[in-house]
Design a protein around this ligand. Structure first.
Ligand SMILES: [Mn+2]
Length: 391
């Protein structure tokens, strides 16, 4: 059988001020065509279907139409929710959709389930593991291999605060394992697996604490289709992130792809990445305004971040750059740090330096030269005014 693995569609997302709806629709059109050309049996979408828990109407319509068209073309579809999705909303009609061979799962409702599917070359056990928030885990979800031995004495609250992303996912996988029976199996999970490389657009799974899960959790599955990290990458020969269909941050200059898995009836896999030919690339350019305007790169259809290195103030940077970079979406002002000022090691003591002197020093350090007499006068007025308010 042939499986197509994709993830992190983030429908409804924009890139700065630029809507990505057209690019996302173009990806879906390309994907549907590819699934037909490649005779795909099962399409897997490993979470972050939408960009936010309450997705915009247009995104919901786009996803529904994608599912309808894939199903009508004869593909089985399996999709899970990621940390961006509203699990209960996305999976609201999961049982009703199962009969169409469109399997959508979210949250803890179906933990421990194995979906037994039949394909032309034999059966496949499918284990769908949506993103599981440890704090939302039901009290009875305890994994004895992960929770410490003294757990018997712990009350529900203690057990709850001990839960981690690893422990809840381990519990979910261990709950499903006794029900596996086919010679081959597919796990689909949305998680940060140890060893993966992140970019700038994955929303952190938690503030502090351990958010990664061990790769070994997926031992025993013929293939594991992961979502969450936006760069396509293998963590093991049969444990992979497909990555996003489009670049969602300036840290994603790498090419985007989907993964196609040819899986034999005993679970042996051969794997290929297919580059995605739609969507805009991202690029970061750096230089003074004169440099950036004089020597524009061929970036007419690329989302551009411009790092501007002019000393001092730059006016209307975005409008001026837009003439040569039509999709400049982010401006970063990065004037050179004046030599010898910050590096001199002279530390100002705020107990003996006046506010005006401190502002003067800060100006020199930021701009690289002292303020002009008129700038100095303005600074003085602003500081005197502020000091009067404080007093
Ligand atoms: Mn994501």
């Amino acid at each position: 059988m042939r499986i197509l693995h994709t993830s992190d569609w983030h429908l409804g997302r924009s890139f700065g001020p630029i809507s990505l709806a057209d690019d996302q629709q173009a990806f879906i059109e390309w994907l549907i065509q590819l699934c037909g050309d490649e005779r795909i049996d099962l399409v897997v979408i490993a979470g972050d279907l939408y960009d936010r828990a309450i997705a915009p109407t247009e995104a919901v319509v786009m996803f529904r139409q994608a599912l309808v068209r894939l199903q009508a073309a004869g593909h089985t579809v399996a999709a899970i929710t990621g940390n961006h999705d509203g699990a209960d909303r996305v999976a609201a009609y999961d049982e009703l959709m199962d009969s169409s061979r469109v399997y959508v799962r979210g949250g803890y409702a179906k933990v421990g389930e194995v979906i037994s599917l039949q394909f032309a070359d034999g059966p496949l056990d499918l284990v769908l593991l949506p993103f599981l928030d440890p704090q939302a885990a039901p009290d009875d979800l305890v994994d004895t291999s992960v929770i410490a031995d003294d757990d018997d004495g712990a009350d529900a609250f203690e057990r709850r605060i001990r839960r981690t992303h690893h422990s809840v996912l381990a519990a979910a996988i261990h709950a499903a394992q006794p029900h596996l029976s086919a010679p081959r199996s597919l796990a689909v999970s949305h998680a940060f697996v140890t060893g993966g490389t992140a970019s700038d657009s994955e929303r952190q799974l938690a503030v502090g604490g351990t958010t990664t899960v061990d790769l070994a959790l997926f031992d025993g599955f013929s293939y594991t289709a992961l979502g969450h990290l936006h760069r396509p990458q293998p963590l093991a020969p049969t444990v992979r992130y497909s990555g996003t269909p489009l670049a969602y941050s300036f840290s994603e200059e790498h090419p985007k792809s989907v993964t196609i898995i040819e899986m034999g009836s005993t679970g042996v896999c051969s794997i290929a990445e297919v580059a995605i030919p739609v969507g805009r690339a991202v690029c970061t350019v750096q230089g003074t305004m004169d440099e950036l305007l004089a020597a524009p790169l061929a970036l007419s259809n690329t989302l551009v971040r411009a790092i501007i290195t002019d000393p001092g103030v730059v006016l209307d940077a975005k409008q001026r750059l837009a003439a040569v970079y039509p999709f400049v979406v982010e401006i970063v002002l990065a004037p050179p740090v004046a030599e010898g000022v910050g590096a001199s090691g002279a530390v100002l003591d705020r107990r003996v330096v006046s506010a005006t002197e401190a502002a003067d020093a800060f100006w020199r350090e930021s701009i690289g030269e002292p303020p002009t007499p008129s700038q100095q006068a303005l600074l003085h007025v602003a500081i005197t005014d502020a000091e009067a308010k404080v007093a």
